[in-house]
Design a protein around this ligand. Structure first.
Ligand code: ITT
Length: 197
């Protein structure tokens, strides 16, 4: 069965392709189906993910999976949070956002640089599904003082992953998927979907 992935973020789409490969579902990025972006005006990951999933399901007539995610830094009161994709302004690149974060944290001492990645996944069986499946994955770590590694996307180069004591960019895609916020949220979603069938 086809499943539309309600995202235009190539990093996320790559991770979903790998995470969903063993399943019966055929994930199709919304861009391939002509679905455009939607505003993400909300203050919660949950609301934004519902908006994205509903838009994609409505446009395609397919079940939809949306991911709203971000990095919450404790020393910054939870910023960039839901604004992670546009921390350095609308249309900012991953690199711009990461530089803005390092600058905002320049004076934050070691020992106070804790942060969490969050991923909220919303699965809609159809556009008007009254009971979406909503799953939340969390990944705690520490913000580095300079980028390390080439892999991943977004803030991965500055996120020190405590499980391996390396940056998220230095993990292989499989390793990251096993422990990340996205991997955890998707494992929870799969449990729920299995319980339904
Ligand atoms: P879509 O809405 O099209 O899915 P987006 O990039 O706008 O793409 P979000 O609003 O959910 O998505 O923003 C998430 C941002 O959080 C993303 O752009 C990254 O900067 C960051 N992020 C999320 N997951 C991440 C991960 O696994 N590694 C590094 N950064 C991540």
């Amino acid at each position: 069965e086809k499943l539309v992935i309600a995202s235009n973020n190539e990093g996320k789409i790559r991770e979903f392709a790998q995470l969903l490969a063993p399943l019966n579902l055929v994930p199709v990025p919304q861009g391939e189906l002509g679905v455009g972006e939607v505003e993400e005006p909300a203050v919660t990951f949950v609301e934004n993910a519902i908006l994205k999933a509903r838009h994609a399901a409505r446009e395609t007539g397919l079940p939809a999976l949306a991911d709203d995610s971000g990095l919450a830094v404790d020393a910054l009161g939870g910023a960039p949070g839901v604004r992670s994709a546009r921390y350095a302004g609308a249309g900012a690149s991953d690199r711009d956002n990461l530089d803005a974060l390092l600058e905002a944290m320049a004076d934050v001492p070691d020992g106070q640089r804790s942060a969490q990645f969050h991923c909220v996944l919303v699965y809609l069986r159809h556009a008007d599904d009254p009971t979406p499946i909503i799953c939340h994955g969390r990944w705690p770590g520490t913000i580095l003082r300079a980028p390390r590694g080439e892999g991943g996307f977004g803030y991965d180069p500055v996120f020190l992953c405590p499980e391996r004591n390396c940056s998220a960019s230095e993990l292989t895609r499989d390793e990251k998927n096993r422990i990340s916020h996205r991997g955890r949220a998707l494992a929870l979603l799969m449990e729920q979907l299995r319980a339904e069938t």
